[in-house]
Design a protein around this ligand. Structure first.
Ligand SMILES: Nc1ncnc2c1ncn2[C@@H]1O[C@H](COP(=O)(O)OP(=O)(O)OP(=O)(O)O)[C@@H](O)[C@H]1O
Ligand SMILES: [Mg+2]
Length: 449
């Protein structure tokens, strides 16, 4: 049930309004005293306030001003005995939702109240959506490497400079690109992403610049290009190293003069787009071997950011693990409060070639597998092991013998970690005898000798 406060020195009017609104199933409180009204507003969460423009002792406009400061999200509908355009304009400017005259038809009053409340709940929803979105793109990192990245993001975000982000797979390149956009002056404008590796060569021009209907066979509809979509905002070119030389030439042209030519269109369009590019490749190396244009490379690397791999920021591993534990416990509706120390040791001992994404996947699995309050080392072990096997099955190259041996090696390695290097215990865990374990450790060069 929505609740409404009506404030007016005219108690007769208050009676009429509350009768009307209560009949429509609103909960109504009234006040004929401005000071008492402010206290009520402070203490309660009204969905809407009706406020008289003229009251003895205080005028409605300054009361409105106080209310807006106190509860900026509550819509205030001003009601006036005699209409004055100047006051109405002032009220709306300060932030009143609407301005009505006392003689207004009841239907109009009811519709106005209804719309004001609808807008309020829509705004509240928008706020929680924004919060969720922010949470989704939250970046964790206390390590020196990440602190430096955060610092650089803050410094470069407000400029319009092009940024080239380097980093191994799964280090957070896309997250950094987003952070730059959302901390820039373009935050309210579009953020458009293009994965250069995913576009077929023949479609690149059309995806970048768009085409008009009928401009080539297969162009059944108009298509707006990514550059046009990103106008006034940011265009994130992911996996930039995967563009072929022809596409690189086209991209260079736009970066030079800020003009795009839609396929089949007669006019040239000017666009204002900030470019952020990312790659996990060595672009300088690509330039050296002639597969990436040097002029384009220099245009893109006005600012270069290199995200360190996860193994180079040990400090972040437990923080990220905990962050993902909370995220996935919430997602899967499970109460999981932490990791056992051994589980965390095991996580810390990994090399993380797949970086943060791999850690995230591991913790998601561990949360799904866990039946207890804390995640223990067996669960991490199982999740890690299934990960390694998944990767191998996915790549599906090599002989069966290699596959089995690779798995055997990893299995033994993990058990040795779990057993803290104590071979007797590791052998028992794997249900093999010590001699067999020795033999296999020598075979897989796990004996460090
Ligand atoms: N510092 C961080 N804090 C929280 N989550 C992170 C962090 N870094 C990366 N992630 C998460 O890890 C996953 C991978 O990040 P992202 O997609 O940005 O990496 P990437 O470098 O673009 O990977 P790829 O090279 O595979 O495209 C995402 O789910 C992201 O939310
Ligand atoms: Mg990426």
């Amino acid at each position: 049930m929505y609740s409404i406060l009506a404030v007016d020195d005219d108690t007769h009017f208050l009676d009429i309004v509350s009768g009307l609104l209560q009949h429509r199933k609103y909960r109504v409180e009234t006040s004929n005293n401005p000071t008492a009204a402010i206290e009520l507003i402070d203490r309660n969460n009204y969905d809407c306030i009706l406020l008289d423009v003229k009251m003895p002792g205080i005028d409605g406009i300054s009361l409105l001003d106080q209310i807006i400061r106190l509860k900026p999200h509550v819509p205030v509908i001003m009601i006036s005995g005699q209409s004055s355009l100047a006051i109405a304009v002032k009220a709306i400017k300060i932030g009143a939702y609407d301005f009505l005259e006392k003689g207004v038809e009841t239907d109009r009053l009811l519709v106005t109240v209804q719309n004001a409340i609808a807008k309020k709940s829509w705004q509240e929803e928008k706020h929680t959506l924004l919060d969720e979105l922010q949470k989704q793109f939250q970046m964790i990192g206390e390590s020196e490497g990440m602190q430096s990245i955060f610092h650089q993001i803050k410094t470069i975000a407000p400029t319009d400079a092009k940024v080239l982000i380097y980093g191994e797979t799964g280090t957070g390149k896309e997250l950094v690109a987003r952070a730059i956009h959302f901390n820039s002056n373009r935050a309210g404008k579009p953020y458009i992403k293009v994965n250069c590796a995913a576009i077929p060569e023949t479609l690149i021009e059309s995806i970048f610049f768009g085409h008009v209907k009928g401009s080539f066979s297969g162009a059944y509809m108009h298509q707006t290009g990514k550059f046009e979509l990103a106008h006034n905002g940011t265009l994130f070119l992911d996996e930039i190293a995967e563009l072929n030389l022809q596409a690189q030439a086209k991209l260079l042209r736009v970066l030079q003069d800020g003009e795009i030519e839609k396929i089949g269109a007669t006019q040239i369009q000017t666009v204002d787009v900030r470019i952020i590019a990312a790659t996990n490749q060595n672009l300088a190396g690509r330039v050296a071997n002639g597969t990436f244009r040097e002029d384009l490379f220099h245009r893109l690397r006005v600012i270069e950011l290199e995200i360190p791999p996860l193994r180079a920021r040990q400090l972040d591993i437990p923080l990220l693990a905990d962050f993902f534990r909370m995220r996935f416990s919430e997602k899967y509706n499970k109460r999981i409060t932490g990791f056992s120390p051994q589980a965390m040791n095991l996580i810390m001992s990994e090399k993380w070639p797949g970086n943060v994404r791999a850690l995230e996947n591991l913790i998601e699995k561990a949360v799904i597998f866990t039946k207890a309050l804390t995640i223990d080392q067996e669960t991490i072990f199982t999740a890690l092991y299934s990960d390694a096997r998944d990767d191998q099955l996915r790549s599906q190259t090599g002989s069966l013998k290699e596959f089995l041996e690779q798995n055997e090696k990893e299995f033994i390695e993990k058990n040795l970690v779990l057993a803290k290097g104590k071979k007797q215990i590791a052998a028992e865990m794997m249900e093999i005898d010590r001699a067999t374990l020795w033999k296999k450790m020598r075979k897989y060069k796990l004996d460090n000798s």
